[in-house]
Design a binder for this molecule. Structure first.
Ligand code: 2DT
Length: 212
């Protein structure tokens, strides 16, 4: 049975506050894997290209207002709508390198006073569980020195502090903390050593699903 012989790709998620270098490293990881002949693709959440993603994009750009619970569920729905495609890729042996995932969903929505962290986590249960979460740790002081925050919703220091505290609540044994204060090349070297070992371990392990 060829399906059994073919090893699956790994789900690698990058998380962290704004300006911690996630997007830069996602691109470099995919490039590095592809250069060494491995199948890998980048994914980004929110995926602003779908109809649900368009609503999220307008909300983040402050072009519209939405009730907190409602927009939380849109972010979650945006993950669910992409699950079948992601599953297909993983089963075809493609490693997915993902810029933000469910943990951003919980950490950001949970930073709003009306939303409870466990409530936020509920609808994320059952999405594909990452083989690793690379948490980019950079002090907010350091992150602020990297330039002004943008003008999107949530790009405010006091909000980012709450987000950082929520990430600490979410941390599990799946997480690896990456010191994001190092140079781009040093960070890349560190993440690649984790990524390569995760990919080889994931090969023989079934896909798992997220639970609280
Ligand atoms: P960037 O495009 O700069 O990453 O900003 N967010 C993201 C949520 O509130 N919930 C989610 O589920 C996800 C994936 C984090 C996107 C912003 O959207 C926030 C920052």
């Amino acid at each position: 049975n060829t399906a059994m012989l073919m090893s699956r790709g790994a789900l690698i998620v990058l998380e962290g506050c704004d300006r911690t270098g996630k997007t830069t490293q996602c691109r470099k990881i995919v490039q590095g894997l592809n250069d060494s002949g491995m199948k890998a693709k980048m994914r980004t959440f929110p995926d602003r290209s779908t109809p649900i993603g368009c609503l999220i994009d307008a909300y983040l750009k402050k072009e519209c207002e939405m009730e907190d619970h409602a927009v939380h569920l849109l972010f979650t729905a945006n993950r669910w709508e992409l699950m079948p495609g992601m599953k297909k890729d993983l089963e075809a042996g493609v490693t997915l390198v993902v810029d933000r995932y469910s943990f951003s969903g919980v950490a950001f929505s949970g930073a709003k006073s009306m939303l409870d962290l466990e409530w936020c986590f509920q609808p994320e249960q059952g999405v594909i569980r990452p083989d690793v979460v690379l948490y980019f740790d950079v002090s907010l002081h350091e992150a602020a020195k990297r330039g002004e925050y943008g003008s999107e919703r949530y790009e405010v220091r006091s909000f980012q502090e709450k987000v950082a505290a929520n990430y600490a609540w979410l941390r599990t044994e799946d997480w690896q903390v990456i010191d994001g204060s190092k140079s781009v090349d040093e960070v890349y070297k560190n993440v690649m050593s984790v990524v390569k070992s995760v990919i080889s371990k994931a090969k023989s392990r079934p896909i798992r699903y997220l639970e609280l």
